[in-house]
Design a protein. Sequence first.
Length: 151
Amino acid sequence: MNKAFVREPDAVCDYCPRCGSAGQAVGGEVLGNYLSAEQRRSLAEPANFCPSSKCEVVYFDGFERIILAKEIEKPVYPKDSEAPLCACFGLTRRDVERDIAEGVVTRVRSILDKAKSPDARCAHFAANGQSCAAYVQKCYLECRRRVGDGG
């Protein structure tokens, strides 16, 4: 068959072998911040980040090789709710909770502005290689809802 008439496959999305969540592709620069040299060699690139907070897998590859949260050198959000939501600037869940308790959005708004700035190095520092904005917004809404429900 003539290749001109064959449709190229859509981008392949790898799924976490433990929970089935769609992985977020990460490159060597991100992996180098969180994994030892030996762990990096155990994964094919690009590896994937599992975004599920309920899954213990942090990184996996297309061969279903995994790195668990307890095996990496520093905690990452959302695997550890105490880890910074923002790897670049250090915003934590507690910071978001303080904003809500004080009835302001000072810290949240500041981090969202910083995340859009050239100083943000998400592709390098974030465990998933992406901006923290989605995590920050989700955390803010969850904390507000929890306060609204009485705690």
